[in-house]
Design a protein around this ligand. Sequence first.
Ligand code: 5AD
Ligand code: SF4
Length: 465
Amino acid sequence: MQINYTEKIREKIENKDLKYIILTFGCQLNENDSEKISGMVEEMGFSKTEEFEKADLIIFNTCCVRENAEERLFGKLGEIKKMKEEKNVLVAIGGCMMQEKSMLEKIKKSYKYVDIVFGTHTMQCLPEDMYKAIIENEKVKNIIDIDGEIIEGLPIKRNDKTKASVTIMYGCNNFCTYCIVPYVRGRERSRNPEDILNEIRELAKNGYKEITLLGQNVNSYGNDNFKYCNSKVTSEINTFAKLLRAVNEIDGIEKIKFISPHPKDFKDDVIEAIRDSEKVSKLVHLPLQAGNTKVLKEMNRKYSKEEYLDLVKKMREKIPGVSFSTDIIVGFPGETDEEFEDTLDVVNKVKFDQIFMFIYSSREGTVAADRDDQIPEKIKHVRFDKLKDLYEKIVEEKNEEYVGTVQDILIEGFSKNNKKMLTGRTDFNKVVVFEPQNNEKQGDFVKIKITENHKWFLYGKIIKE
Ligand code: 5AD
Ligand code: SF4
């Protein structure tokens, strides 16, 4: 059905050399969706451009997790209005923000020049939406607010040639009280393990070396008993732990990462699978969100400060060389200075390799947004700066520990700041910059001896094995 629309558009725009640009806001799941959107529009015959002025089709893939992503979208839409008056450019907006009723209303009312609006559950209908907009000259708003089915087999145009993301499940059932995701992405829906493994085998065949398994809550993979899958699930790989082990067996794949797990679902089988699977990164992302037990309870995170620290301790005992990255929100409603100190305390104890820090952003429709004890912006910023200072101190300390060590690095390409130097990342996600020696290229693995610490990156030298 959608293929017919794709072909009709292809016939219509043939030889016109039409270009598209896609702007992606938000997380890696959105990046992965954008790769699928790109795959679909390239099959229709559009080719990619990075310049707005050259685009005949502009696609926004939106995020609504925090307010600043929304502000950036509206800023860009303002710029587009003028372009639209001068040139016949098609504007499409999709993604999480469009699943919010208030945002949809705002687009309909104030941004009438937008041609196509699609939701996270209707992305696969883009060929039909585009057909209606291009050929029938119709404005299309194609959103459904029920949980989507799982659509397999969409074309995909990947951004990278060595690293690839593979979505293993959609949606979230956790309803953390600050978070809008469960409202816009729907319930947890696990993909058929065979579809996931086939996708990764195909990637390996095409030269991909590093895979990131994606989901809002990857370690509850399979808990839905695969009831949303379109095909029958016959595989015995019905948990995240088993899936990790199966991906580890795929020849050609050399590194496996995953985001995001939830601490409450970090059971022993997952810990053991990380330990036993040599390709799985030992940098584990373990979103903390807050360090105080009362705040955690109000966030509906389902673990206490002590339980989080116990989990870290257990993983350190069981997984040699494990290290942690995390997400932290400062300024959740009602958080006192003392309670915030618990967050700093956990950071000091765990010594995270990487912290993604967020200022609490009130999201309409969530439980926390209705609270009348919101924290003033000024206090939120003071806390953010305190956390940042501590994080920087820890990064300095940890980097010093790296100097003199030898790291296996997958070459990602030339450094943006110095085209003569190559870059890659350590297993702990630190950027390493080094000089090529024998025409090493993107996708090669090299051994690097770390020689200098530059805070946000490390210098090193290629060494022979
Ligand atoms: N405000 C600030 N940060 C948030 N996150 C999710 N919702 C909000 C919000 N309302 C953060 C969490 C999550 C990450 C992806 O985004 O830390 O782990
Ligand atoms: Fe949001 Fe919590 Fe689900 Fe993560 S686990 S997507 S923070 S509701």
